[in-house]
Ligand binder design. Sequence first.
Ligand SMILES: [Zn+2]
Ligand SMILES: [Zn+2]
Length: 256
Amino acid sequence: MRQLSNFHTHSVFCDGKDSPEELVLEAIRLGCPALGFSGHAHVSFDSCCMSVEGTEQYKAEIRRLREKYAQQIRLYLGVEQDAFSDLPTEDYDYVIGSVHYVPKGEKWLSVDESRESFLRNVRDCYGGEFYAFAEDYFALVGGIYERTGCRIVGHFDLITKFNEGDCLFDTAHPRYRSAALRALDRLAEAPVLFEINTGAVARGYRRTPYPAPWLLEELIARKAGLILSSDCHDRRDLLCGLEGYRGLPGLHETPF
Ligand SMILES: [Zn+2]
Ligand SMILES: [Zn+2]
């Protein structure tokens, strides 16, 4: 059976552990037909993203590797464009559109930095109302195609990163469900693929990938396009947890 590929890959140019070349060699070792890099696009207030100069070095390095390894693997230069990234995307082969921050007043509230900051943000800026935070988050997610022109929607329900077992809020709550479904319906009209993203599984935060099983069912019912993604930050997790999702209806092997 043909080996899987991954198109959501971070390297030392942002918050990944490995150099792009180490990741290429791992993908070749695993027999991946393709590998796509998706460095975090520059965001002025974010510390995990590529710097402005680093972005140019990143592009040059992926292009160098694409030439060097052309006989062994297809390499793609992509980007994970945050809703508030401020650099253009036309140099890239594809764009993953992701929401990592929700603006509130003067602040940018991180969705996925840590459990502590998540709880603090909801307490201090939403009076402890998780569903109000979820509504603002999903309103941004629903607009991510218009904002970024993305081909791939990154980690649709990232807001559940610290909510394994619904320990913080109830994902069956009508306000949560309708906010998520509004975003899903809006995006399902656009020419996008939704990730099945195992990043939080690899790092031990969740037992199932994004999106949650009930949302995946809703996507399949709408005949949405899907793509497998490990959101790799460590080459040992390059294809983590993806194997079990082979053969899912709507699944695309590549973004192209
Ligand atoms: Zn992300
Ligand atoms: Zn990512």
